[in-house]
Design a protein around this ligand. Structure first.
Ligand code: PZK
Length: 287
């Protein structure tokens, strides 16, 4: 990393550094979290898979909306990006009923003010994708909010713009994933403003850490779906009778190898690029 980089933020599995006034460095580690707990065992190359996938989708969607990516570093896990003024909402699109969307629907019949048909089951495909914004919690979980609450945070014009762009991006990526046998159940996007006030897509985009990817050939609505990437880890952790409170369990070699293989498979299926080629030349994913 460049000698002058100043650490400015930590996520569960990522670090953020300032390169200069206008540029940041986003570094994806190999840490993995399950049931919201970061485990003591890493998944080799997980950070590279996520960085490469995000870069790939930034390149594929640049005609829909500008993004913050400037370049991928040769380490394959670090993204140099433009510094933005981030909007104070998470932009979530759901094509299927899962996670907090399913919980809210069970309790109220609605998700973020979208009234849904009666009788939907867990993981059901929605009649059409819906935009379900959330607040950015400093600690704990993001809170789903309706249109009025989101408009109060970003204004009506900005809301309409991020809703339209988020739905357009979800449509583009979910169609490509579907054609490759992968369901993009939902995704979380983050937008910011550049110094000229233009809307720019930031953060990571369409990675397994910001989205739910499900293998289409195992899709069976009526319960939770196996995760494309983390299912071995979840199954192993539950088989131990772990109570899902920290500290999480160490992972055996076989679970690590199987999980790494799933991440690499997701990368190769979605990008059409061999992961070894990415490691040799990360900028390849930018086209
Ligand atoms: C920004 N985060 C999330 C927190 C991480 C990531 N382009 C940008 N401009 C300004 N701010 C951010 C970004 C981006 N991306 C992203 N927080 C601020 C975050 C902690 C660690 F890796």
């Amino acid at each position: 990393m460049s000698e002058a980089a100043v650490h400015v933020g930590s996520g569960k599995v990522r670090e953020l550094y300032e390169l200069d006034e206008g540029r940041l460095l986003l570094v994806a580690s190999d840490r993995i979290s399950v049931f919201d707990v970061v485990l003591p065992t890493e998944i080799p190359d997980k950070g590279r898979v996520l960085t490469g996938l995000s870069g790939f989708w930034f390149a594929q969607t640049r005609d829909v909306v500008a993004n913050h990516l400037l370049s991928l570093r040769p380490d394959g896990r670090s993204t140099e990006c433009r510094r933005l003024e981030m909007l104070p909402i998470e932009c979530v699109v759901r094509g299927y009923l899962s996670g907090s969307g399913w919980k809210d629907y069970l309790a109220t019949g609605e998700v973020c003010g979208h009234r849904l048909p009666a009788g939907l089951v867990e993981s059901a495909k929605l009649p059409e994708p819906i935009f379900t914004p959330a607040t950015k919690a400093q600690t704990g979980h993001d809170e789903n909010i309706d249109r009025a609450a989101a408009v109060a945070l970003v204004g009506e014009e900005r809301f309409d713009e991020v809703e339209r762009l988020s739905l357009q991006l979800y449509g583009l990526v979910s169609e490509r994933a579907a054609s490759l046998g992968i369901i993009l159940a939902d995704t979380k996007l983050e937008f910011g403003l550049d110094p000229e006030g233009r809307l720019v897509l930031g953060d990571e985009a369409f990675t397994p850490d910001s989205s739910r990817f499900w293998p289409a050939d195992e899709y069976a609505p009526g319960g939770p779906q196996p995760s494309f990437d983390k299912q071995f880890v979840r199954d192993y952790a539950e088989s131990l009778g772990w109570d899902k409170n920290p500290p999480g369990p160490e992972l055996p070699e076989g679970v690590v190898a199987g999980t790494r293989a799933r991440y690499v498979e997701a990368f190769e299926r979605l990008t059409g690029i061999a992961f070894d080629e990415y490691l040799a030349r990360p900028q390849l994913v930018l086209g």
